[in-house]
Design a protein around this ligand. Structure first.
Ligand code: PNS
Length: 187
């Protein structure tokens, strides 16, 4: 049997539990899985490339057939350079389908021998995206359960003022509610 190397490309800014779920599923069916982090010069990411590389390398260290690398330029060219014959992408909901279909067909046009394989993450992650995680974290909201704990910690460090402000406001609200509760009991 021929060994199949698959490429799982993405921005991973930051890596989520949905990404990890997909990596674990992919590692079970492909002999080799390369997680390719896009170095995108157009967008300013929340986490630098070395930070995303470090996070994903740590998070996948238990998977012996998974390697994490960075790439730039055309994904199909990078796939060729690592001898990948398959591209792995996740589809969470119907809303992902249109974009993913367009991308898969464009990639097929660019490199007809490269097959795109879609997998679904666990349904509990079907609403989790890096963009929403960033949005919640940027205002100090809780992201436990959405991203691995190392990423929770990284987000807290990166967005310390937002978390501090959020925690202070939350504390203030619970103190005020507590006072109201006491007053109500008296009445
Ligand atoms: O995590 P994302 O942002 O959904 O990943 C998108 C990614 C990195 C897979 C896509 O933007 C990509 O492959 N970029 C590399 C440039 C390229 O090949 N573009 C043509 C795509 S049809």
């Amino acid at each position: 049997m021929r060994k199949v190397t698959a490429l799982y490309p993405g921005s991973f800014d930051p890596p989520t539990n949905g990404h990890l779920d997909l990596i674990e599923r992919g590692a079970k069916i492909f002999e080799e899985l390369i997680v390719g982090i896009l170095r995108n010069s157009e967008k300013v990411p929340m986490f630098s490339l070395p930070e995303r590389l470090e996070m994903l390398t740590t998070l996948t260290s238990h998977l012996k057939n998974v390697r994490v690398e960075a790439f730039h330029g055309l994904m199909v060219e990078y796939a060729k350079s690592i001898d990948a014959t398959c591209v792995l992408r996740g589809i969470r909901a119907v809303s992902d389908y249109e974009y993913e279909l367009q991308m898969a067909l464009m990639n097929r046009k660019l490199e007809p021998t490269l097959e795109t394989v879609f997998m679904m993450p666990a349904d509990k992650y079907s609403y989790v995206s890096s963009r929403l995680v960033r949005e919640v974290a940027q205002v100090g909201g809780p992201v436990h359960g959405l991203v691995p704990e190392v990423v929770v910690e990284k987000l807290r460090q990166r967005l310390e003022p937002a978390y501090k402000f959020h925690d202070e406001v939350a504390g203030e609200i619970s103190r005020t509610t507590g006072v109201r509760e006491k007053r109500r009991k008296k009445i």
